[in-house]
Design a protein around this ligand. Structure first.
Ligand code: HEM
Length: 178
């Protein structure tokens, strides 16, 4: 693992722990799994995933990444509701292209936990629409790791990537009003 990946993991570990332990995702990892908790978790995930995918849209053609917020919207529709309105997109805009690696690290990394969640939901959810979690895919993560391993970033660029990853993680904090 490169120094950058180790630094990324270290810099965002406490944010990851907070998200895992204090957000609506916590409840869907419990049993029994209630439909309302599941809807709450999808609603919680929609704004940050939408924002990250919107900010990266034009920057990541080299990766085989399929936007997943439409699947979240579809799950919510299938559950009889709809995704929350996004109030503010401006604060996530990338000021330089290098930051995309930090955003992408978070977006794609979130699918690693997504696998675990998908397994849990498929065991404990009856008749819930699980298109979003079922689409968790490790392939793009491997692609990103290879790209980062092969790239040469200077110290300033590494700092920008780590800052961007932290900003992206913060979008998932419960207090964020998006
Ligand atoms: C209950 C919810 C979650 C659980 C249980 C969970 C669990 C995990 C686990 C087990 C891994 C390591 C997987 C592996 O190495 O193969 C992981 C990695 C990761 N997760 Fe989560 N996760 C959750 C939510 C999230 C969310 C919402 C995000 C995005 C903000 C996120 C971002 C990441 C990132 C970036 C990594 C890669 C860390 C690295 O190896 O550098 N996770 N997660």
């Amino acid at each position: 693992m490169t120094k950058l990946l180790i630094q990324l993991r270290k810099a965002t570990k406490s944010l990851h722990d907070t998200i895992e332990k204090t957000t609506p995702l916590t409840k869907i990892m419990q049993t029994p799994l209630h439909k309302d908790s599941y809807i709450q978790a999808l609603n919680y995930l929609y704004p940050p995933i939408f924002q990250l995918e919107s900010s990266l849209d034009k920057f990541m053609p080299e990766f085989n990444y399929q936007a997943r917020h439409p699947l979240l919207a579809l799950d919510l529709k299938n559950l009889g509701t709809h995704p929350p309105k996004i109030k503010n997109l401006s604060h996530l805009q990338l000021s330089c292209e290098i930051q995309k690696y930090g955003h992408f690290y978070v977006l794609v990394g979130s699918q690693l936990g997504g696998h675990i969640i998908a397994n849990h939901i498929n065991q404990h959810a009856n008749n819930l629409s699980t298109l979003f979690f079922d689409s968790s895919d490790k392939q793009v993560w491997k692609q990103l790791i290879n790209t980062i391993n092969q790239a040469t970033f200077n110290q300033e660029q590494e700092a920008q990537i780590i800052k961007a990853a932290t900003t992206a993680f913060e979008l998932f904090l419960p207090s964020k009003d998006i």
